[in-house]
Design a protein around this ligand. Structure first.
Ligand code: FES
Length: 322
């Protein structure tokens, strides 16, 4: 029996399907995060973990002393004459020197390990932040802050106001939002407000009141923590219109015509110490009635262009947690 010669040694793992399985598992996780985090993500995790484990086990066979399948040299092409035997790779001028048998970790093994390790570190540095930024925000529960819109007395009963405010005053103009607010008077002894978002339910353009906006009566209110509320009386007698694609809504925000698929979103509200506090936004399929008597068909906040009821809603992916 002859000992394997230096030139016969294989340092790279043989062909394997485990990396493909691992990549498929990761892809499954990413797709699952969008489509169905509760079902598809666990399946992807199982595939990635199993294939990753088998891949690592396969790749470290040689280091663990397990026998490695020998790879046959390529065949084909014109055959050399068998009269002159080929020079073995460990002979002749180009042959590598024999490793020192007493050397536990030959230099080529060290270089191979260092290259793989270095590649893994670089890959991790590039991949982990990108994946983190992609996935973490969906689970961070960013929520919506409570926004103080000022004293109730500023909202004349029955009057609509174009109301501008900062969702996050510390973030400045990027957090500027607009809502159409009407004080509906008292309902069962409590103040009633209609607060409609100006985000079009088609693709999110800012809808405008179909009626006069009384800019000359504009009022700016400065509140603590950098909050500034701008209130402009308006008479949206014709409802609201979207300048982007012509979507039209009635005064309660119901879709009347055009491409929007549902009514305008609304905000919850609370009254705290005589101030109107803006709460969480929500989506609305439609509204029956008006003002404080309105019956609102309310749903969890959904992206523009998405149905919230009817069979069409199943065409859209589940919303990530928010
Ligand atoms: S974004 Fe409003 S109609 Fe298209």
């Amino acid at each position: 029996m002859t000992e394997p010669q230096h030139g016969d040694r294989r340092h790279s793992p043989g062909p394997s399907l485990y990396p493909i399985g691992f990549a498929a598992g990761v892809a499954c996780i990413l797709v699952g995060l969008i489509i169905n985090p509760m079902v598809i993500v666990p399946i992807g995790v199982v595939i990635a973990v199993v294939c990753g484990f088998l891949w690592a086990r396969d790749a470290t066979k040689e280091f663990r002393g397990e026998p490695v399948a020998a790879i046959e040299p390529e065949r084909g092409g014109p055959r050399e004459s068998t009269d002159a035997p080929a020079i073995p790779p460990d002979r002749g001028e180009a042959a590598m020197p024999e490793p020192d048998p007493g050397e536990r970790f030959p230099r080529n093994r060290f270089l191979e390990g260092a290259t793989l390790g270095f590649g893994a570190v670089i890959g991790g540095l590039v991949t982990v932040p990108a994946v983190g930024f992609m996935i973490v925000p969906a689970f961070k529960g960013q929520g919506y802050p409570k926004v103080d819109l000022g004293p109730l007395d500023n909202f004349t009963p029955g009057q609509w106001f174009v109301t501008k405010f900062f969702m996050h005053p510390e973030a400045g103009e990027v957090s500027h939002r607009t809502a159409y607010i009407r004080n509906n008077g008292q309902l069962n002894g409590k103040p009633s407000f209609t607060i409609i978002s100006n985000r079009c339910a088609h693709l999110g353009c800012p809808v405008q009141p179909n009626g006069p906006v009384q800019d000359n009566q504009k009022k700016d209110i400065n509140l603590p923590k950098g909050q500034r509320i701008t209130m402009i009386p308006a008479i949206p007698a014709g409802g609201y219109g979207c300048p982007c694609h012509g979507g039209q809504y009635d005064v309660e925000g119901n879709r009347v015509s055009g491409p929007p698929v549902r009514a305008l979103d609304r905000y919850d509200f609370a009254i705290v110490d005589g101030h109107l506090i803006l709460g969480t936004p929500y989506s609305v399929s439609h509204v029956k009635g008006e003002g404080k008597d309105a019956l609102i068909y309310k749903y969890k906040l959904t992206g523009p262009g998405e149905h919230v009821d009817g069979w069409e809603q199943i065409l859209y992916p589940l919303q990530p947690p928010h």
